[in-house]
Design a protein around this ligand. Structure first.
Ligand code: PHE
Length: 358
C-alpha cells in the first residue's frame, strides 16, 4: 500500500510538472498508457491470490480514478492558460488609429463614357461595341475611303504584318467601322452609340496613340439634318450641364458623310485657363454629317428609302473640357495621385462600369 501511495504521488507530480498539453499527454502515457506504470500493476493482478487481488484491485482502481480526475483538472488548467496566452498576444487594441485604406477611383474616361452613354440612352440610343482590331474594309473601304484615298494617310494607321493573301489587319483609327458592322448585322432603323478605343500613330500635347471616341448612327426613313442638330445640341447642353451653351456647326468634309460638319462649343481662354459656355472662342468637339448614300449602299441599306446621320465624338477632349484637365497625356500616365485628384467615386453618376450590353 505504501508503494502504491508513493507511486500515486509520483504520477500526480508528473502531471503537475507538465508545462503544456503534449507534456501532459506524455505523462499520461507513462502512467496510464498501454505500457504505463499503473497499467503494468493492473496487469499483474492476475498473479495474486484472491484476497490480495481484491484489495489491491480496489486500491488500483481508486488510484486510477484519482489520477484520471487529476489529469482532467491539469488538462483544463493548461488549456485555460493556452487560451489566456492567445487572448493576451492576439488582443486587439481598439485605441489604435485606423489603417488608411486607399479607395479605388473611377478614371475620368470611364466616367465620361458612362455619362455619355446615359444621356444617349435617355434619347433612345442603344449602346453597342465593335472590335479594336479591324480590317481594311470596315475601317476604310466601306466608309467610302478607297485605297489611295488621301484620308488614309491622314489617319496614321497602325498596321499588323501582312497576311498570306496580302491583306493587313489594323487597329481601328476611328469608331466609324461600328456603323458598318451595325448596318450589316440587320436592317434599319438604327439608333446606336458605340464607345471605344481608337488608335493613331501620333503623340504630342494634344494626341496620344490610343484615345477614345463615341460613334453615333441614326438611320430611318425620314431622319434629316434637323434631327442631327437637335440631337447633338441637346447632348452637348446636357453633357456640359450648361443650358445656354453656345454651339455652332461648321461645314467640313468626311468621305462617309455628305454634307459633313464639325460641331464647336463656345469657350473663352483667360490667363491660360479655358472656360466653356461663354466668350468669343470656339472649341471643336465632334465630327458629324448625313450618312453618305454610298456608305448605306455598301452596307446593304437601300439609300433611296433610308437616310440618317452619324457623328464621332472625342471623349478625352470632352473630359478635359468638362472637368478642367489640362494635359491629355496625363490620362495614361497611370499616376495614382493624378487619379485620386481627377478620378470619381463609384456611384457618382449612373454607372455602366459593370459592362456594356451588346
Ligand atoms: N470618324 C470621324 C473621325 O474620326 C468622325 C466622324 C464620325 C465624322 C461620324 C462624321 C461622322 O474624325
Amino acid at each position: 500500500m505504501h508503494n502504491l501511495d508513493a507511486l500515486k504521488s509520483e504520477i500526480l507530480a508528473s502531471f503537475e510538472a507538465a508545462v503544456d498539453i503534449p507534456a501532459l499527454e506524455a505523462a499520461r502515457v507513462a502512467a496510464l498508457g498501454k505500457k504505463g506504470r499503473l497499467t503494468a500493476l493492473m496487469k499483474g493482478l492476475g498473479e495474486l491470490g484472491p484476497e490480495e487481488r481484491k484489495a489491491t484491485g480496489q486500491a488500483l482502481n481508486r488510484i486510477k480514478g484519482e489520477l484520471t480526475d487529476a489529469l482532467d483538472a491539469r488538462r483544463n488548467a493548461l488549456a485555460g492558460s493556452v487560451l489566456d496566452a492567445r487572448l493576451t498576444s492576439e488582443m486587439i487594441d481598439v485605441t489604435l488609429p485606423i489603417r488608411p485604406e486607399t479607395e479605388g477611383r473611377v478614371h475620368p474616361i470611364s466616367q465620361v463614357l458612362d455619362e455619355m452613354a446615359a444621356i444617349f440612352g435617355d434619347m433612345g440610343f442603344t449602346v453597342i461595341e465593335g472590335p479594336d482590331i479591324e480590317d481594311d474594309f470596315h475601317n476604310f473601304t466601306a466608309l467610302n475611303i478607297p485605297p489611295e484615298h488621301p484620308a488614309r494617310q491622314m489617319h496614321d494607321t497602325f498596321y499588323f504584318p501582312e497576311r498570306e493573301d496580302g491583306s493587313r489587319l489594323l487597329l481601328r483609327t476611328h469608331t466609324s467601322p461600328v456603323q458598318i458592322r451595325t448596318m450589316k448585322a440587320g436592317g434599319p432603323p438604327y439608333r446606336i452609340v458605340a464607345p471605344g478605343r481608337t488608335y493613331r500613330c501620333d503623340y504630342d500635347i494634344t494626341h496620344t496613340p490610343m484615345f477614345h471616341q463615341i460613334e453615333g448612327l441614326v438611320v430611318d426613313e425620314h431622319t434629316h439634318m434637323g434631327h442631327l442638330k437637335g440631337c447633338l445640341i441637346d447632348f452637348a447642353k446636357t453633357f456640359f450641364e450648361l443650358p445656354d451653351l453656345p454651339v455652332r456647326f461648321r461645314p467640313s468634309y468626311f468621305p462617309f458623310t455628305e454634307p459633313s460638319a464639325e460641331m464647336d462649343i463656345g469657350c473663352e481662354r483667360k490667363d491660360g485657363v479655358l472656360f466653356i459656355g461663354k466668350g468669343a472662342d470656339w472649341m471643336e468637339i465632334l465630327g458629324c454629317g448625313m450618312v453618305n448614300p454610298r456608305v448605306l449602299e455598301m452596307a446593304g441599306v437601300d439609300p433611296k428609302r433610308y437616310q440618317g446621320f452619324a457623328f464621332g465624338l472625342g471623349v478625352e477632349r470632352s473630359a478635359m473640357l468638362k472637368y478642367g484637365i489640362p494635359d491629355l497625356r496625363t490620362f495614361y500616365d497611370a499616376d495614382a495621385r493624378w487619379l485620386s485628384h481627377y478620378g470619381f467615386s463609384a456611384g457618382d453618376v449612373p454607372s455602366l462600369v459593370g459592362g456594356l450590353t451588346q
